[in-house]
Design a binder for this molecule. Structure first.
Ligand code: SF4
Length: 377
């Protein structure tokens, strides 16, 4: 759910806590302190809901450690003020849709009066046409048909579910407190209501084998969400996992395995038309301070993208006989992805004897994340 960027500590679960705006935003487009102005992406106005208590105890979450230290709940008038500020800032450049995003917390787990207060504060902006839709994140077991109707009445167009896994054994070991069937049910309700569905997944959960991951991804693809986020499980101070790790009962993924698994998920999703909008937690000093163990890298997503690019490149070059040289083309925005962090991909291609089999060219029209042969002039 959404807690990837949450407070650094809990960053693994977007749905519940909302520490500081600057670290909590799980969605790349919302992390930008400047309003997003490029079309056709909407302008996303982030509103952070400070943690208001969570009755669950997911094993990777450190909520109890930080409970009660996140400040006052944002009020309806404050939400309206945040929206006014963002609209004012972006006025000159704005020509896109505007969406208000409530981040942090399992929104639909809040008391109804609180949900009503927050959503009603957006109402006047929707009526005036300045804002078109609302997005929020929540747990799958906090969605039912009544809630969906309520959300629809308040122009909620995007709901992101903290799914993590669709394997009941893994959910149980992770102490998520609900079975996979709740995800299926919630997704069906949201999609039947015409809402955009987002799904958050984790790699490295206790008991999660690659077979389990494959089963989860197959089921996610069947649910056909609009987008997915992928987070590696980290052992953070104050979490149940920290205790298990200390007792030797849990072993985190290595960074390379986490990258490999995330790359595999991304490939499966993109092959099925599902956008992967984020990989890895939002880096920050709080997260780094609380990190006990696990596959943390501040540029985790870049590692995954570089891995995917290397794989495509190797596959293409494997068809090129030694002594021949071909032209490869990538997007002009993918040059650093092609090289990899600290030119790791180039070193790897060199070590495989493939670096002299191509010349590299860029084209702004080449789709991001892809590489292809182009004819010699
Ligand atoms: S315990 Fe679970 S549901 Fe509650 S905030 Fe943490 S990750 Fe989210």
């Amino acid at each position: 759910m959404a807690r990837p960027a949450d407070f650094g500590l809990r960053n693994q679960e977007p749905e519940t806590r909302n520490p500081k705006p600057e670290t909590r935003n799980p969605e790349p487009e919302t992390r930008n302190p400047k309003p997003e102005t490029r079309n056709p992406k909407p302008l996303v106005i982030p509103v952070f809901i400070p943690h208001e208590g969570c009755p669950h105890s997911c094993v990777f979450c450190n909520q109890h450690r930080i409970s009660g230290v996140q400040g006052k709940p944002v009020t309806g008038p404050e939400v309206a003020e945040i929206i006014r500020i963002w609209l004012g800032r972006s006025q000159k450049k704005r020509s896109s849709r505007v969406q208000v995003a409530f981040y942090g917390g399992s929104f639909t787990g809040l008391p109804m009066a609180r949900q009503q207060e927050l959503l009603s504060s957006v109402g006047p902006f929707i009526q005036s046409g300045e804002v078109q839709t609302v997005r929020l994140s929540t747990r799958p077991d906090y969605i039912d048909s009544e809630i969906v109707v309520f959300l629809q009445e308040h122009q909620v167009a995007t709901v992101e579910l903290g799914v993590q896994s669709l394997d009941d054994a893994v959910l149980k070991r992770s102490l998520r407190g609900h079975p996979a069937q709740d995800v299926i049910r919630a997704s069906a309700l949201l999609k039947a209501a015409g809402m955009e569905l987002g799904i958050q997944l984790m790699v490295g959960l206790p008991g999660q084998t690659f077979t389990s991951l494959r089963k989860t991804v197959t089921r996610v693809i069947a649910l056909a969400p609009a987008f997915v986020r992928i987070y590696p499980v980290l052992v953070v101070a104050g979490s149940g996992l920290e205790l298990q790790y200390g007792r030797g009962e849990y072993r985190p993924l290595s960074l390379s395995l986490a990258v490999l698994q995330a790359a595999w998920i991304k490939k499966q999703c993109t092959d099925h038309g599902i956008r992967v909008v984020r990989m890895g937690l939002q880096p920050g000093p709080e997260l780094e301070r609380s990190l006990v163990a696990g596959p943390y890298h501040p540029a985790f997503g870049e590692l995954v993208n570089a891995r995917l690019m290397l794989r495509q490149t190797r596959t293409l070059l494997s068809r090129v006989p030694p002594g021949r040289q071909v032209r490869l083309q990538i997007s002009d925005r993918d040059q650093s992805v092609f090289r990899g962090i600290r030119s790791a991909n180039i070193h790897r291609l060199t070590s495989l004897g493939l670096s002299d089999r191509f010349t590299l060219h860029t084209d702004p029209d080449q789709p991001r994340g892809t590489v292809q042969f182009v004819p010699n002039p």
